[in-house]
Design a protein around this ligand. Structure first.
Ligand SMILES: Nc1ncnc2c1ncn2[C@@H]1O[C@H](COP(=O)(O)OP(=O)(O)O)[C@@H](O)[C@H]1O
Ligand SMILES: [Mg+2]
Length: 177
């Protein structure tokens, strides 16, 4: 009875994203909330739109190089074009030992001075307890694998953004909507 605000430390918002271009725009808006040292965990099945969002995020941050699926590397560093942070784009499917392994990657960049975005497989995220922005992308209910003649409904994604930890306590996520 006395725990109505049990999870009040978390700030969360849920969005409906209707197209790949809108997902990119969401990434750009997300970039505006980020600062050096931030960790963003993107989860969702293959094809959910994690890389598409990261592409917009890279545009928003103003970093060098095209953001693509880091399929053949664990992590790719996108240096800033201006004064902002670098973007480190990680494919966690290839990180067996969790994020601690990041330290051993010998990336030519300072993680506390970068924004780190991790494309994360479902179910692994619970291992982490540090400050992070958790983004969960889901296909809308009723939408299956995209068909060649997919109508608009097939492209709808539901995105839940949750700020976890002190860094995100009280941060207003409504600019994302
Ligand atoms: N609403 C949407 N949001 C994101 N991607 C979408 C959306 N609708 C269709 N797509 C398409 O789905 C695919 C997502 O691929 P990608 O971003 O690489 O996914 P992931 O990195 O999660 O595996 C792209 O081909 C994109 O054009
Ligand atoms: Mg991807």
């Amino acid at each position: 009875m006395n725990v109505p605000h049990d999870i009040s430390a978390a700030t969360a918002t849920r969005l409906t994203v209707k197209s790949a271009e809108d997902m990119r725009e969401l990434g750009r808006r997300l970039a505006a909330l980020l600062r050096p040292g931030d960790l963003v965990l993107l989860s969702g099945e293959l094809g959910a739109g994690k890389t598409t969002m990261t592409r917009g995020l890279g545009e928003g941050l103003g970093v060098r190089g095209a953001v693509t699926s880091p399929t053949f590397v664990i992590a790719r560093v996108h240096p800033p074009l201006g004064d902002g942070p670098a973007l480190v784009h990680v494919d966690a499917y290839r990180l067996s030992g969790g994020l601690d392994e990041m330290e051993d990657l010998d990336l030519d960049v300072s993680l506390p001075e970068s924004v780190v975005v991790v494309e994360w497989g479902d179910g692994k995220v619970e291992e982490l307890s540090e400050d992070r922005l958790r983004v969960v992308i889901e296909r809308a209910v009723g939408a299956d694998a995209p068909a060649a003649d997919a109508d608009e409904a097939d492209d709808v994604r539901s995105v839940t953004v949750t700020g976890v930890g002190e860094r995100w306590a009280g941060v207003d996520l409504t600019p994302l909507g």
